[in-house]
Design a protein around this ligand. Sequence first.
Ligand code: NAG
Ligand code: NAG
Ligand code: NAG
Ligand code: NAG
Ligand code: NAG
Ligand code: NAG
Ligand code: NAG
Ligand code: NAG
Ligand code: NAG
Length: 413
Amino acid sequence: MSPLAWTSVFLSLTTTLRANSVGESALTYQPQPYTINVDPNVIEEIRLKVSKYQPTPDTNAPPWFDGPPASTISSIAKYWAEEYNWTTIQTAINANFSHFYTTVSPTSPHYNASVDLHFIHERSPREDATPILLLHGWPSTNLEWRNIIPGLANPPNASDPAFHVVAPSIPGYGFSPALNGSRVNVTRQSYAAIFDALMQQLGYPQYILYSTDLGFGIALSLVVDHQPHIINHISDFYLARVTPSDQARFDANQTSPEETAYIQSSNAFFGPHSGYSHMHSTFPLTLAYALNDSPVGFLAWMYHIDQTVSDRPTSHEEIVTKALLLFLPGVYNNVRLYKEIFAPSTAWVPDVRFTVPTSILQFGGDMYYPDMANWTYRTANVTYFARHDKGAHFPAVVEPELVLGHIRTIFAE
Ligand SMILES: *[C@@H]1O[C@H](CO)[C@@H](O)[C@H](O)[C@H]1NC(C)=O
Ligand SMILES: *[C@@H]1O[C@H](CO)[C@@H](O)[C@H](O)[C@H]1NC(C)=O
Ligand SMILES: *[C@@H]1O[C@H](CO)[C@@H](O)[C@H](O)[C@H]1NC(C)=O
Ligand SMILES: *[C@@H]1O[C@H](CO)[C@@H](O)[C@H](O)[C@H]1NC(C)=O
Ligand SMILES: *[C@@H]1O[C@H](CO)[C@@H](O)[C@H](O)[C@H]1NC(C)=O
Ligand SMILES: *[C@@H]1O[C@H](CO)[C@@H](O)[C@H](O)[C@H]1NC(C)=O
Ligand SMILES: *[C@@H]1O[C@H](CO)[C@@H](O)[C@H](O)[C@H]1NC(C)=O
Ligand SMILES: *[C@@H]1O[C@H](CO)[C@@H](O)[C@H](O)[C@H]1NC(C)=O
Ligand SMILES: *[C@@H]1O[C@H](CO)[C@@H](O)[C@H](O)[C@H]1NC(C)=O
C-alpha cells in the first residue's frame, strides 16, 4: 500500500471512530441546532489512559530549557484523572452559546466536496448588525472566541456597533469532523472556499473577518479569492515576512534598531520556536501516532507551544479542555492543517498586495512583539493599527475588552 493510501485509511478510520463520540452529525444542507454531547464512555476511556500516565523524570536542566517542567505535566495529569469534569464544562458550553451543525458544498476549484461544520452562530437582535466570521488557529477551537462573542452580538452600549457572529471550528478541530475525502491537495484556499460557502449559506454575502494564527493563513486566501465578500480583515496575528533582502541588510549591519529588533524576533519565532510547526507541516502522521495515543503526551506537546506564546499561566481546567477538544477529533486531523496552510509555498504572507481594508492589532507579552507597523504596510491595505504590551497570542481570551474596544472603534459610525 502506498503511503498516501495509508493516509486515507487512517483518516477514514479516525473519522468513523470519532463520529460516534462527538454527537449526531446532521447530514443536511441547512444549519441545524446542535447540542454537544460527547459519549461519556469516550471521556472515561481517555481519563483511564490519563490515570496511567508514566511521568518522565526531570533532568537538572533549568525549567523550560528542554520543555515544560515534568512536575507541571504530572500535576495537570493528576488533575485530569482525578478532578476534571467534562460534563460541567459541556453543560456550560451548550448553555452559553447557540451551536449549529451544517454541511457546506463549496464549488471552488480548490475544494468542491461536502464538508460538515460545527459553528457558533450568535445573531444580534440589532437590525443594523454586520456579519463577522471569526477564524481560530492551533492549538485552539471556536471556543477561543468565548469571551468576545457576547459583547459583539449584544454590545451593552446601544451606540456601539453590533455583529452577527459566526465562529466555526476548522474541520478536525473540536466538533467539526475532519475532511473525509482525500486531503492530498487541500490547501488554505480550500478552507477559504469552505468558510465563504458557510457565510453564503447563512445569507451573509459580505462580512468582516477576524483572524488569528492558522486562521490568518486562511484569511489571506479569503481576501484574495473572495475579495468582494470581505468588508474588512482584522487580525491579531498579522505576520510580515522578513525577505531575503531584509536579511541581507541585517547580516551587513545595515538595518535600523527597530528593523533589527523585528528581524531578530521573527527569526527566533520561525527558528527554534517553530520546531513543532516544521514537524506538523512535514510528517504530521508520524507525529500523530504518538500524540493520538497519549492524551497527556499530546497535552504536553500543545502546552509547550501554548505557554510560549501566552503572557500568563493557563488554568489546569482550561488547558485540559483545550487538549481534549483537539484529542477528540483525532490529533492528526488538526496538526495536519500546518501542511495544508503552508502549501503550496512555505511563505506565510505571499508577495501580494492585499487591497481589502486591514485592521492590525498587535498584542505583546510573548516573544513576538517588536513594532511591526512599518512591515505590515508592505503587504496590507492597513486602515487601522494598534499595539498593546499585553495579551500575547490569545488576546480574545485574556484581553477581551481591549479586542472589543478596537472592533467597536473600527466600525464606529
Ligand atoms: C460532574 O459534574 C456533574 C454536574 O455538572 C455531576 O452530576 C457529576 O457527578 C460530576 N462528576 C464527577 C465524576 O464528579
Ligand atoms: C459560561 O457563562 C458563565 C457565566 O455566564 C461563565 O462563568 C462561564 O465561564 C461560561 N463558560 C464558557 C465555557 O464560556
Ligand atoms: C471537483 O474537484 C475535482 C478534483 O479537483 C475535479 O476532478 C472535479 O471535476 C470537480 N467537480 C466539479 C463539479 O467541479
Ligand atoms: C455609549 O457610547 C457613547 C458614544 O461613545 C458615549 O457617549 C456614552 O457615554 C456611552 N454610554 C455608556 C453608558 O457607556
Ligand atoms: C464525505 O461526506 C459526504 C457528506 O457528508 C458524504 O456524502 C461522502 O460519502 C463522504 N465521503 C467519504 C469518503 O466518506
Ligand atoms: C492533486 O494535485 C495534483 C497536481 O495538481 C494532481 O495531479 C492530482 O490529481 C490531485 N489529486 C487529487 C486527489 O485531486
Ligand atoms: C556586524 O556587527 C557585528 C558586531 O556588532 C560584527 O561582529 C560583524 O562583523 C558586523 N558585520 C559586518 C558585515 O559588518
Ligand atoms: C517606521 O518608519 C519610519 C520612516 O521610515 C521611521 O521613522 C520609524 O522609526 C519606523 N518605526 C519603526 C517602529 O520601525
Ligand atoms: C484600501 O481600502 C480603502 C477602503 O476600502 C480603499 O478606499 C482603498 O482604495 C484601498 N487602498 C488600496 C491601496 O488598496
